[in-house]
Write a protein that binds this ligand. Structure first.
Ligand SMILES: NC(=O)c1ccc[n+]([C@@H]2O[C@H](COP(=O)([O-])OP(=O)(O)OC[C@H]3O[C@@H](n4cnc5c(N)ncnc54)[C@H](O)[C@@H]3O)[C@@H](O)[C@H]2O)c1
Ligand SMILES: O=c1ccn([C@@H]2O[C@H](COP(=O)(O)OP(=O)(O)O[C@H]3O[C@H](CO)[C@@H](O)[C@H](O)[C@H]3O)[C@@H](O)[C@H]2O)c(=O)[nH]1
Length: 464
């Protein structure tokens, strides 16, 4: 079946960039991205393409080319569902904050709402594609809702998880390692649905990189990929502490280990801890699923990745307290970087939030600079933790517009996001204006120890 009209429900970090690239690469297909969030849709439609709601290198050019030609952003969800042959569900699936599975399971209420809406509106057969990251066997629940509340039309459910990373989303979409499509390969209709999605990606991706599997393998592969990636970071972070005790350097260990082609060199960079909206949420989900099948050893194994990550964030904050003569009470600490990684304005689960929170518990005064994150976002992140009142967060934390303002008269600087610009700061000037001894804590291994020590800094870096 040739797809003519696509609808994508959810215009977020995944729905927006993914559909923009499909529209750019497949000019004969009309792609409509819908969302209930009016402001987000208005921003996607902004005349000035630089105002689109997501900052990703290269994204505005893709949107500019396709928008209005065959790429549309709208709040009219029903109309887009009605017209579409294929509907992607790309809504958020956060960790549950209430009820059974609180703090672990994925909250599927947004997914279920989409299914009910599709069932209500659809008057002809549809292919429904899970783009969101979902627990294994969610497709079964989707099918159940669609078939039992619908208008008697037929549905094929595909799983097509997204592997893009923020900050490199456009490159990842243009040139992915693989595209994964799960479907009912045992039935002719299922096979046809899979083929129609393969045909879309085959516009720009070599066929051998488009993988087809059964639905459950596809759903579980996404959780597995994130668990493996996060596990590598926790593994190298575990070694970072041992390096600090023994005189080994975690960068050298990582290089030596990564040159073994069986291990590979990527994702072995020690840090203050991984952040982002996906790793923690998806591993907790995996832990919850394993427990719900009674697989407690499996659950414990994966939970350790999160435990290690929480420990790394805490360890870094405590290192600061310990080094500053066991108290940071009333001391000014500058935080450079708030985003969970460079080249994104996303702060979800950023390690910086937790490091700041621990230091605030020790009565530190915090001054923050990040080149892309807005002041209100920083306060919202701290308020969300509910550790102290919103007023107190605003009294104890200042957000400033330059790294020099942040570090002036500070007792210590903590570098928490690896923004390129931090490498080239005038560190001599920063040193001159800080209180002495001037402490510098590098949570990303971004800075060179020798040059900083030559200036006079008391320098600490993760794993060295
Ligand atoms: N962010 C990433 O880098 C990334 C990468 C791969 C996979 N994922 C997965 O993709 C999914 C989406 O993630 P995201 O980061 O794009 O989330 P997001 O929060 O940025 O976007 C989700 C959007 O869905 C909208 N929405 C929710 N319910 C809706 C409904 N019923 N009708 C219409 N719109 C609705 C929300 O308003 C929101 O704008 C998640 O499952 C996530 O795990 C994310
Ligand atoms: O060697 C490394 C690599 C990453 N990180 C940190 O790990 C976190 C996650 O980074 P990254 O994976 O690059 O970004 P995400 O956008 O969270 O992407 C992950 O999560 C997405 C959502 O599921 C998946 O689609 C991607 O494949 C997967 O890489 C960030 O805090 C990084 O700083 C490290 O500390 N060391």
């Amino acid at each position: 079946m040739k797809i003519k009209n696509i609808c994508c429900i959810g215009a977020g970090y995944v729905g927006g960039p993914t559909m923009a690239v499909i529209a750019q690469k497949c000019p004969e297909i009309n792609v409509t991205v819908v969302d209930i969030n009016k402001e987000r849709i208005a921003a996607w439609n902004d005349d000035d393409v630089e105002n689109i709601p997501i900052y990703e290198p290269g994204l505005s050019a893709v949107v500019l080319e396709a928008r209005g030609r065959n790429l549309f952003f709208s709040t009219d969800v029903d109309e887009a569902i009605d017209k579409a042959d294929m509907i992607f569900i790309s809504v958020n699936t956060p960790t549950k904050t209430y009820g059974i599975g609180k703090g672990m399971a994925a909250d599927l209420k947004f997914i279920e709402l989409c299914a009910r809406q599709i069932a209500k509106v659809a008057k002809n057969d549809k292919i429904v594609v899970e783009k969101s990251t979902l627990p294994v066997r969610t497709a079964e629940a989707l099918k159940n809702i669609l078939e039992n509340t619908g208008n008697g039309v037929n549905y094929q459910i595909l799983s097509n998880p997204e592997f893009l990373a923020e900050g490199t989303a456009v490159d990842d979409l243009m040139n992915p390692d693989r595209v994964l499509i799960g479907g009912d390969l045992d039935s002719p209709k299922g096979k046809e649905a899979v083929r129609s999605l393969v045909d879309i990606y085959a516009h720009w991706i070599p066929k051998e990189r488009i993988l087809t599997t059964n639905v459950w393998s596809s759903e579980l592969s996404k959780l597995t990929a994130n668990a493996f990636l996060a596990q590598r970071v926790s593994s190298i972070n575990a070694m970072s502490e041992l390096c600090e005790k023994t005189g080994a350097d975690v960068n050298e260990v990582s290089k030596a280990v990564g040159m073994d082609t069986r291990i590979g060199s990527k994702f072995l960079k020690s840090s203050v801890g991984f952040g982002g909206s996906c790793f923690q949420k998806d591993i907790l989900n995996l832990v919850y699923i394993s427990k719900s099948f009674g697989l407690h050893q499996v659950a414990d194994y994966w939970e350790q990745v999160i435990i290690m990550n929480d420990y790394q964030k805490k360890r870094f904050a405590y290192k600061i307290v310990q080094t500053l003569f066991n108290t940071v009470s009333g001391k000014k600490i500058a935080i450079l970087g708030w985003a969970f990684k460079k080249d994104t304005n996303d702060t979800r689960e950023s390690a910086a939030i937790y490091v700041a929170d621990y230091l605030l518990n020790e009565q530190a005064e915090i001054v923050i600079y990040d080149p892309k994150v807005k002041k209100e976002q920083i306060y919202a992140d701290l308020d969300y933790l509910n550790t102290r009142s919103s007023e107190e967060n605003r009294t104890k934390v200042k957000v400033v517009n330059t790294p020099y303002e942040a570090t002036k008269e500070a007792h210590a600087v903590a570098l928490l996001t690896e923004w390129d610009e931090f490498k080239d700061l005038n560190w001599q000037m920063i040193y001159d204006k800080m209180l002495k001894p001037a402490f510098l804590f590098d949570g990303r291994r971004l800075l060179k120890r020798k040059t900083k020590e030559d200036i006079g800094f008391e320098f600490y870096a993760i794993g060295n």
